[in-house]
Each structure stands twice: as C-alpha cells, then as structure tokens.
Write a protein that binds this ligand. Sequence first.
Ligand code: FAD
Ligand code: UDP
Length: 367
Amino acid sequence: MNYQYDYIIVGSGLFGSIFAYECMRKKKKVLIVERRNHIGGNIYCELKDNIYIHKYGAHIFHTSNKKVWDYINTFVEFNHYINSPVANYKGEIYNLPFNMNTFSKMWGISTPEQAAEKIAKQRAVITKEPQNLEEQAISLVGMDIYNKLIKGYTEKQWGRDCRELPAFIIKRLPVRYTYDNNYFNDRYQGIPIGGYNLIIEKMINNCEIILNDDFNLKKEYYKKLAPKIIYTGAIDAYFNYALGKLEYRGLRFETERLEIENYQGIAVMNFTEREIPYTRIIEHKHFDFGTQPVTYITKEYPCEWQEGQEAYYPVNDVKNQALYKEYEKLARKEENVIFGGRLAEYKYYDMDKVIESALETCQRELN
Ligand code: FAD
Ligand code: UDP
C-alpha cells in the first residue's frame, strides 16, 4: 500500500514532539494530529504582559538523568530557578518539602536529633509496612505534619480518602533532616529561558500539523495515511472505553491579572487545609524572576474528570491499575500502534521521564 506518511503522531505534547523531531532527523515523513487549538500539550504557556503563564499548571523541569538534561538543553537554555514552595495552613506558613525548617516551625525545635525524636514518637502508631498513603505519610513525618500539611491537601487533590490512595504518591516528596528547601533531589533543575513553547516549536517546526482534531473520531481515516501510529492520548479513549472508564483527576484553573507587582512573594503556595477548595496558587512571574509592574496568579481547583474534559492525573489506585493492565493487553494486540506518554501509559510521569521514555521508543523504532 502506498502511504502518504511514515507515521501519524497523535498529540503534540513532549512525547509526540520528541518522536516527531527524531523522525525528521531520520528523514521520515510525519503528520501530527492534535485535539487542542495549540501545540505543546500540558507544558504549553501563554505570554501576557511579558509573563509566561503556565496554562496547565506549574511546570518545573528537573532530572538526574544527564542524557535527558543534555538532550533538552539542545533546544533551550534553563534559568537557575529552584522550586521551594511553601504550605499555607490556616495562615501559618511552612517550608516544603518536609525538612528542618518545617520541623522547626511545627515544633519549635532546632536540631535533627530533636526532629527525629518527635517523628519517632508520632510514627509509633504505624507498626507494619505502610499499606496506603495515610500510613506512609505518618510513618515518614508523623501525625502533626500529616494532619496539617498532607491530609487536607491530598484529599482535595485526589478526591479520595488518604487510606484509599497508594503510598507511592507521597514518596515523591523528599523528607530531609537538613535546612534545605529544594523541592526536588535532582541534579539538574530550572525553567526554560524563553518559555516551554520554544522547546516544542523547535522540535516540530517543520512538521505538518492538524490542530483541533480528535484522532479517535477519525481513526479509520488516519490509519489509512500511514503504516504506523504513535498515540499519546488516553488509552481507554483509544478503545472507546470498551472495558470501562479509567479514572483521572481533572483540574480547573482560574487565572487573574492583578495590578500589583508582587502578590504572594513566591511562585507556588500550597493551601493545605480542606476548607479552601483550591490546592495551590501559582504566581507565574516568579518562575522567571520577573520584575513587571503587574502580575498573574492562577488558582488550581482539582475536580473529578469527566469524558470530554482534559485528563490531568491518572488515579493509580489498585482498581484503576487493574483496569489499565487489561487495556494494556488490548494495546499489545494493536501491532501498528505505539502507545506512549502520560495518558497512553496511564503513568504519573514527570517531564524528564516522558523524555526518557520517548527517546527509548525512538531508539527501538527508528534505528
Ligand atoms: P500531554 O502533554 O498530555 O500531551 C498529549 C497531547 O495529546 C495533548 O496535547 C492532547 O491534547 C493530545 N491528545 C490527547 N488525545 C488526543 C486525541 N484523541 N486526538 C488528538 N490529540 C490528542 N512534570 C514535571 O516534570 N514537572 C512539573 O512541575 C510538572 N507539573 C505538572 C503539573 C500539572 C498540573 C500536570 C497535569 C502535570 C505536570 N507535570 C510536571 C507532568 C507533565 O505535564 C507531563 O510529564 C508531560 O507534559 C507529559 O507529556 P505527554 O506528551 O505524555 O502528554
Ligand atoms: N502533598 C501534600 N501536601 C503538599 C504537597 C504535596 O500532601 O503541600 C502530597 C499530595 O498527596 C500530592 C503528593 O504529595 O499529590 C505529590 O505532590 P507533588 O507536588 O509531587 O504533586 P504534583 O506537583 O505532581 O501535583
């Protein structure tokens, strides 16, 4: 059969864009199909008053993988931003991630030994291997921090009781017995100078792109255009939810322009009490050390995902993981389709992990 393209790439997020870029380097012809009215997926930014607005939530690049860091630096340079958010619990401000500054504010102590003693006492209620997020959190940082900084935030974020959530979600956060507010442990970190869009634009500048089109509504048509598909949308949507719907968390972003220079003094402030409906306020200019006379803030409201909305976080609990495994079996039978990225692999991937996974796919597929 005579095909028009070598690959149809569904989705112009990081995964799809890297695949497209590597195809171009190998002189392969690709067509990108994107449902949204812009490229870039969730890392897309809007420039307003010279401030990059992270349209789909705060994105801070961090990795320990030198290969990934070197790769992404071929497209853009990064600034020296280090994420060190604070938690606001009923007006009390605590440093994150959980470290000596947090412990000192919480208990009025000053040495690692005193902090360890406090936590050891409070974690004594957990006697077995933690089975869920609540047990894991208490066993890591004790009851006080769990109650003030974790429980409310997590239950808002995931819309579920902490006892129904997997322990691994909280293990993403470092716990340190040093006065170090760096949210990540990774070797490399920063925000792209000139914005995230620059990365995607450089990757897919020369590709044919169709915006505002949902591949799943025209699957048969697109499949005739190329022998192979790279699919980065939701895996259950690809199969028309044949086995049932996977659960995702949705988000609603409320952005305001304020006629002041500095609203909260930090890029990310988490609101950890249950009663405030949003989880965090982002003040975008601080990602780039902005000095503009105005500012933009975004409140992030978590919500249950419904068909037709953007799916932001896979809910990787036992029930959903089991359903995903069934979809994965179906996916393996689709010989001409490669499923990749956060939605198609139903994984809580950060950007660096998506890059890693995309580069591995390119290595397997294009060499
Ligand atoms: P996406 O960016 O989701 O791209 C998929 C693309 O496919 C989208 O453009 C979508 O519109 C399109 N698509 C889907 N279905 C179809 C269809 N049927 N037809 C056509 N097109 C379709 N990572 C970090 O490293 N650091 C952070 O600080 C960070 N913060 C985050 C904050 C939030 C709120 C969220 C939600 C994620 C965050 N991430 C962060 C994760 C990061 O966004 C992802 O790792 C990365 O963007 C995933 O890239 P992707 O290509 O897999 O998916
Ligand atoms: N978390 C919390 N309190 C906070 C920040 C995070 O309890 O102030 C928990 C929450 O369960 C969250 C998880 O830690 O889902 C991971 O946080 P992270 O900041 O990595 O989440 P993301 O940026 O991906 O939304």
